[in-house]
Design a protein around this ligand. Sequence first.
Ligand SMILES: Cc1cc2nc3c(=O)[nH]c(=O)nc-3n(C[C@H](O)[C@H](O)[C@H](O)COP(=O)(O)O)c2cc1C
Length: 295
Amino acid sequence: MSVRIGSLELEHPVLNGSGTFDAIAARQVFGDALLERFPFAAFVSKTITLEPRAGNPPPRLWETPSGMINSIGLPNKGLEGFLAHDLPQLAELPVPLIVSVMATSRDDFARLVGAVSEREEVAALELNVSCPNVKSGLIVGAEPAETRALCEALRPLTDKPLIVKLTPNVADPAPVARAAEEGGADAVSLINTLRATALDPRTGEPWLGAGSGGLSGAAVKPVALDQVRRVRAAVSLPIIGMGGIESGADALDFLRCGATAVAVGTANFRDPLAGERVRAELEALSEPARSLDLK
Ligand SMILES: Cc1cc2nc3c(=O)[nH]c(=O)nc-3n(C[C@H](O)[C@H](O)[C@H](O)COP(=O)(O)O)c2cc1C
């Protein structure tokens, strides 16, 4: 069941999606039992930014059939707060730590990557590129040239694996994935949430405080599988596939579409041990799959 993401060796292929599992809160609730039964092979932090962010105005969640829309808006303590308060606690987890970072300029990305990657507690970095570049106004992860230039700028700053988290809000994610590979990324992860809106039935106005948000959960899985297949055909990098994974069978679908590893996101909110169950089910399914040569 072990997998390799760049230089990162993982015991099994199940991670968490950034922002969907609060390991610090879970440790407070479950105590050391969480460390003895940690559900993921590596822990991906919530995305951090250079400066603290309060996030979007409420309401921030809307439940849909088989999914949810969130407009959380990346609330976080900022780089200094993360390094001082969160990193020491996340470093106690029994698995490698992947820190997710996002910025609106190459310089700010460089400051984040430089400061985070010099901490030995950090095993790898994930670049959340679903954000505009303030200089060009373009969403970095929607533009192959922007993605490639960002990766080329950040690559010399760290020897640690750089994972580019792709946005699904593009006509085709393959050219962006190829650009990440050419720019020196070690892996890509996908999908992030799909842009979505819900209306307040009483007023007919957008329900979410931010107007729109991102759809996740079982509803997005077919989109995610399609995008993973397209990206697999375009790059030879390891792929971390996610989007609506709730079971080992879901995870196996992603591996069959070319993912190297998978991440569990929205399912964690209903069941904090969803990751453990997905891994166990995947392991049970993988045996017959291997002997039938279906993998
Ligand atoms: C409440 C919530 C918060 C999220 N926060 C982040 C985040 O901080 N950074 C990020 O890259 N993705 C974030 N995501 C996206 C997930 O990591 C994942 O890519 C997406 O939800 C698809 O997987 P899922 O359908 O299993 O949830 C968030 C998703 C949800 C539902």
